[in-house]
Write a protein that binds this ligand. Structure first.
Ligand code: NAP
Length: 592
């Protein structure tokens, strides 16, 4: 047996041992990545035996603000690519970043998402108001780039990233690459940008940052992704609203057998659906296209029918689609609508691609139409099962979206796909979307208050299954709202069993349409305010899931009233308390 001697001298060995001795696991992982980066950078140009000095002392911090975890994942990807070039890189969550370090920074990348009506994710709120506010310092030594994540269905697409980019430019910082705005389905575009950014940054003359690098390395790996989804077999599909209900809610169970996929309570599952065939056919017929004609889109070349069924969004419109259609068609009537924000908003609501081509005639080719349309993004549903209870399965709870406009019946692309176009034994393409911002407390004894309206109750089934499967008896209190007791009490028997077995301490329900006046979850919270505040005082976490536009706002208003009434707080203090709860991750939201 031969013993390989260390190529380091005693002094180097001692220095290494004393450094390594004081490091935690995250720091060790980072150092590992750092040395791999150095090795990769020296592999082709240096004899393998020579321990090369670092080629560059370049440092860069990636600051991310995320709600669903996608900005964090992207930050991790960029960090590994940069480390591969020998660049010293750190990734830091925006709520952990001290803004007073800003004027000592030289190289920053921001990766930040936008939600709903232009709001930053909770963890980026403070940074966003600092950088856009009066107290932000001049930053003429700073080089930066912004990657903004968003959803083009919303008017204020990527607003948070755009605000940060504009503020940094105003403060004198220099952009390394112009802002990148990413729509929902962004993997390839993001990969291209990461490569471009890495090359541009690596080639820039080196300037060291005087602010200390705080490390927080992220490792991300999953075989099945949006681009490479797993084909899950449907094990069960049951309508869980009664026959008399005016709502159609399905509980769907999918098999993950053999996939190795894992998820945690609070995560979501992405579903790649197909479009309603009647709508696809009607579009082709109205435009007079040949369904077999070939069109080329981002994913490749397909017959028109397949492109419209599987790859392009046709059930909803967005501003960009209407603008592009107007430009291609030159339609004057549509030009007036595009120029008027209110008219455009009105048209966007309840109209689809068939409306667009019916209402604004144009002589477009099939390829022109394909060029105008947006890619078909996956739809995300909060998982309603816990893997500790169901093993290689994932469950979701889906309300079918159906409505009628201009005498034509319409539906949500994915919810009607699940309701009408799949059955038991069908295969559905899925992937898991992690949601680090919606997680049960680490301490299983921490009491939790769960507030869910409609299918917003989904993740709470997962939370409670998890506590039951692991025999965790931390106190739990569920507030559930739906339309009618008789037909819409989703998972009623399961809640009753959990109550009986001691995994659910309390349940309060609000059935909005069982009486003349509306009763919502927030009314129940107010009725129980003394106890709600006591639970909070005793360290409870609050979780809120459901509709973002009305419900989330109204419930938060009610919480503020409770803090004022029960905690003797002024309205300002109550707001501060709510913000602190969010910051400390004691108040978490899953709303869309
Ligand atoms: P829904 O029928 O729209 O609403 C459920 C209940 O909430 C009804 O009783 C409704 O009352 C009531 N409600 C209406 N306005 C309210 C307000 N301002 N405050 C409190 N309660 C209010 O529910 P859904 O169709 O099941 O949709 C649930 C929502 O959750 C959707 O917005 C969905 O995007 C979101 N979400 C779903 C999931 C999931 O995985 N499925 C996950 C996260 C979020 P009335 O209708 O009688 O007024």
């Amino acid at each position: 047996m031969s013993i390989q001697l260390s190529p380091l001298n005693d002094q180097q060995l001692n220095a290494l041992a004393s450094l390594a001795g004081g490091l935690n696991r995250e720091q060790l992982l980072w150092i590992n990545g750092y040395f791999q980066g150095l090795l990769a950078a020296t592999a082709t140009s240096q004899p393998a035996i020579v321990a090369a000095a670092p080629k560059s002392t370049k440092q860069l911090k990636i600051l991310y603000g995320t709600h669903t975890g996608r900005s964090k994942t992207l930050a991790g990807k960029l960090a590994s690519t940069l480390a591969g070039k020998g660049i010293e890189v750190a990734t830091i969550a925006l709520d952990e970043y001290k803004t007073r370090q800003l004027n000592a920074e030289t190289n920053l990348v921001f990766i930040v998402s936008t939600h709903g009506e232009g709001e930053p994710p909770a963890m980026a709120e403070d940074f966003h108001s600092f950088i856009t506010g009066k107290r932000a310092p001049q930053l003429s030594n700073l080089n930066y780039s912004v990657v903004a994540l968003g959803d083009k269905s919303y008017k204020l697409f990527c607003k948070t990233g755009i605000d940060i980019d504009q503020s940094l430019a105003r403060l004198g910082a220099k952009s390394i690459l112009p802002i990148l705005t990413l729509d929902v389905d962004f993997d390839e575009e993001a990969d291209r940008w990461i490569n471009e950014f890495t090359n541009v940054f690596a080639d820039q003359p080196s300037v060291s940052s005087s602010a200390g690098i705080v490390q927080n390395t992220i490792s991300v790996s999953s075989v099945y992704t949006r681009k490479n989804p797993f084909k899950a077999t449907v094990i069960d599909k049951v309508r869980i609203t009664g026959r008399t209900s005016d709502k159609e809610v399905y509980h769907v169970e999918l098999s993950l057998e053999g996939s190795g996929i894992t998820y945690e309570p609070g995560d979501s599952v992405g579903i790649l659906a197909n479009n309603p065939p009647q709508l696809v056919d009607a579009i082709i017929a109205h435009a007079g296209f040949d369904r077999t004609e070939l069109v080329t889109i981002k994913e490749g070349t397909f017959q028109l029918k397949e492109a419209l069924s599987e790859h392009l969004e046709i059930t909803v419109l967005n501003r960009e689609v209407i603008q592009k259609y107007q430009e291609k068609s030159g339609n004057e009537k549509l030009r007036e609508i595009v120029a008027n924000d209110q008219e455009l908003d009105k048209y966007l609501y309840g109209h689809d691609v068939l409306d667009l081509i019916e209402d604004f005639s144009a002589s477009l080719s099939a390829q022109d139409l394909a060029d105008v349309l947006r890619g078909f993004p996956a739809r995300l549903y909060s998982i309603s099962s816990s893997q500790d209870a169901v093993g290689e399965e994932v469950h979701i709870t889906v309300a079918t979206v159906r409505y009628s406009n201009k005498g034509r019946n319409r539906g949500g692309a994915c919810s009607t796909y699940l309701a009408d176009r799949i059955e038991v034994d069908s295969q559905v393409s899925v992937f898991i979307e992690k949601n680090p911002a919606f997680k049960l407390p680490e301490n299983e004894e921490t009491p939790v208050i769960l507030i869910g309206a409609g299918t917003g109750v989904a993740p709470f089934r997962s939370f409670l299954q998890h506590r039951e499967a692991n025999n965790q008896k931390g106190k739990t209190w569920l507030f559930f709202g739906e339309r009618r007791f008789n037909s819409d009490f989703l998972y009623q028997l399961e809640w009753q069993k959990l109550l009986k077995d001691g995994y659910l301490e309390k349940i309060d329900v609000a059935f909005s349409r069982d009486q003349e006046e509306k009763i919502y979850v927030q009314n129940r919270l107010i009725e129980r305010q003394k106890e709600v505040f006591e639970w909070l005082d005793n360290g409870a976490n609050i979780y809120l899931c459901g509709d973002m536009k009305q419900m989330a706002r109204d419930v938060q208003e009610s919480l503020l009233r409770i803090f004022e009434n029960q905690g003797g707080m002024t309205p300002e203090k109550a707001l501060e308390y709510l913000k602190t709860l969010k910051k400390e991750k004691r108040f978490q939201l899953d709303v869309y």
